[in-house]
Design a protein around this ligand. Sequence first.
Ligand code: IMP
Ligand code: MG
Length: 181
Amino acid sequence: MSNLDNVVERVAISREELSDKVKELGKKITEDYQGKDLVLICVLRGAIVFFSDLLRQIDLPVTIDTLAASSYGNSSVSSGKVIIEKDISVDIQGKHVLIIEDIIDSGYTMNSVVDMLKSRSPASVKICALLDKPSRRQVDIKGDYVAYTVGDEFVAGYGLDYAQLYRNLPDICVLKESVYR
Ligand code: IMP
Ligand code: MG
């Protein structure tokens, strides 16, 4: 029993599945970035849980930073307008950058972030997304590493929020209809 049980309709992706998938991703990233100067960038706030788990599965000398971008506010529809609320502070020139994001939905956020980072002359910029909702895409952008492709259904937990709540749910969940009212 947890205090948040009453908001969960069902578990979409369990903590056990997530743990296995994150290990697999970490192994792949470790192989792909062997011998390269890798900077991992956590997109706040949604990616924090995924980021902290994935980081510990990457067996390379990495550096990390964070950035925050918003286009959503408290609604569940993207506005298309992306604001960088917090920029990174590391110099990425000549470095291999891997952006760690919670979910690619319309694609507006990742599109703006990739453009911004590419303008700083990194060796490469790639995206690692926990979730991908390709059916909702508005701009042509793809994740280079994607843990799960999901349908057009709103989910929360494992870092993802609804109206800034439920990020602390340990699984990725579909919330009860009553939560949105
Ligand atoms: P995009 O700019 O539309 O691709 O939006 C990406 C952002 O929208 C993500 O970083 C999330 O913060 C948010 N988002 C999109 N779909 C969901 C969802 O199902 N649950 C929680 N947040 C979501
Ligand atoms: Mg986000």
